[in-house]
Design a protein around this ligand. Structure first.
Ligand SMILES: Cc1cc2nc3c(=O)[nH]c(=O)nc-3n(C[C@H](O)[C@H](O)[C@H](O)COP(=O)(O)OP(=O)(O)OC[C@H]3O[C@@H](n4cnc5c(N)ncnc54)[C@H](O)[C@@H]3O)c2cc1C
Length: 368
């Protein structure tokens, strides 16, 4: 029975494990507890952009090629228009959540992190956390318990500056990927994204504002995609999730600190949630090493800024089909505009160039 540790992490999903590994790399004794049994699945687009892979590599994690599938860039499809661009450097990969979880666990175990599965944390204690009736004393407590975080409530951190939800459903299909890009299909008030995750499997995720809209019904509005999937065997059950856009006023309180979706989230359409968690984990571990959480709030806000802006920009395309088609035509006329938008998405474009690209898109829309 664990009695004491430097850092106790509540939640052994991607952000909890990333934080544990980053803290262990700095010499801390770390315990992670999760109520579920690994490998843990979750509805997700399962795409890791090149910046997410880089963040993982910093943690000493490389997803084995046999568990993933590369993609060179992103394609937007809307009506009869399709635009694509390659990432400025590197490739993205699609990886099943369970495979990513297994890889992260192997790294955490090798680093000497104590992992407690099927062990829900039931409350906080002034000296640490409560596992059933037992107290585990801990210098720091990390809430990495996802979007519905109880730690956030227990610590009184559930005060928001922004809080909106959309609804998502995901299913895997046994079919060879037909594209070397991750595809984002835009439809009436919903999007479907398609991520290649193996030589013979893809992940299909639907996001919309309608909690009742399921994949099969939504596919009717995407005839080309529906026809590709018509004879493909489903390789998993349809799994649902909430995609939140959430900004918290504060992400720590004394020695309790939040990371990953527990600390706020950007809409899933960005495909940046995991990368954000991995980067927050690094910053948080630096704060532990410095012995103070003071810098975490500002650093956290800075990390969220770009993905949050990208989510807002992308969701303007969800506003009106006619507006979206004008933007798509602008991209179609000058594909460099889309390539620059993708570069901006993965943080490879300066703020000035981003603003210039926005103006160029507007100019093209007026003239396309
Ligand atoms: C539809 C959809 C598509 C997405 N697509 C992408 C994508 O393509 N790429 C990308 O990078 N991101 C994507 N995201 C975002 C990404 O899934 C999340 O950002 C990521 O899962 C956050 O990880 P986390 O560890 O913070 O939370 P979670 O993965 O939710 O993990 C939280 C863990 O805490 C545990 N837990 C909860 N309460 C307790 C407790 N009391 N005690 C112990 N354990 C507890 C849970 O069992 C769980 O394992 C997507 C999200 C959605 C909804």
């Amino acid at each position: 029975m664990v009695k004491e540790t430097d850092i106790f992490i509540i939640g052994g999903g991607p952000s909890g494990l990333a934080t544990a590994i980053a803290a262990r790399q700095r010499g801390f004794d770390v315990v992670v507890a999760d109520g579920a049994r690994p490998p843990i699945d979750k509805a997700c687009g399962e795409g890791l952009m090149p910046d997410a892979r880089e963040a993982l590599e910093k943690l000493g994690i490389v997803v084995p090629p046999e568990d993933s599938h590369p993609f060179r860039g992103i394609r937007f499809v809307s009506g009869n228009l399709s635009v694509d661009a390659s990432f400025p450097t590197g490739a993205g990969i699609g990886v099943r959540r369970t495979a990513l979880h297994r890889t992260m666990i192997a790294r955490a175990e090798a680093a000497g992190i104590r992992l407690l599965w099927q062990t829900p944390v039931v409350g906080l204690h002034p000296e640490g956390v409560l596992l059933g009736r037992n107290i585990v004393r801990s210098g720091w407590v990390v809430g990495a318990d996802g979007g519905h975080s109880l730690v956030r409530q227990w610590a009184g951190l559930d005060r928001y500056t922004r809080d909106r939800s959309r609804f998502a459903f995901r299913r895997h299909y046994r079919i060879s990927p037909w594209d070397d890009c991750m595809e984002l299909h835009w439809g009436p008030k919903c999007q479907i994204y398609v991520t290649p995750i193996a030589g013979d499997e893809i992940c299909v995720a639907l996001i919309s504002r309608d909690p009742h809209l399921r994949l099969d019904a939504a596919l009717a509005a995407f005839p080309e995609l529906a026809s590709r999937l018509r004879h493909a065997q489903a390789a998993s059950v349809e799994r649902g999730a909430i995609s939140s856009t959430r900004e918290l006023k504060r992400v720590y309180q004394e020695k309790i600190v939040l990371v990953g979706d527990a600390s706020g989230a950007v809409d899933a359409i960005t495909g940046e949630g995991l990368c954000l968690s991995f980067r927050q984990a690094e910053v948080l571990a630096e704060c532990f090493a410095a012995g103070s959480l003071h810098g975490y709030q500002a650093a956290h806000r800075k990390l969220v800024r770009r993905p949050a802006l990208m989510a807002r920009l992308m969701l303007t395309l969800d506003w009106k089909a006619s507006f979206r088609q004008r933007v798509m035509r602008a991209f179609d006329c000058d594909p460099r505009l889309f390539a620059r938008m993708l570069a901006m998405h993965v943080g490879a474009l300066s703020a000035v160039d981003c603003a210039a690209n926005g103006l160029a898109v507007g100019w093209r829309m007026l003239n396309a």
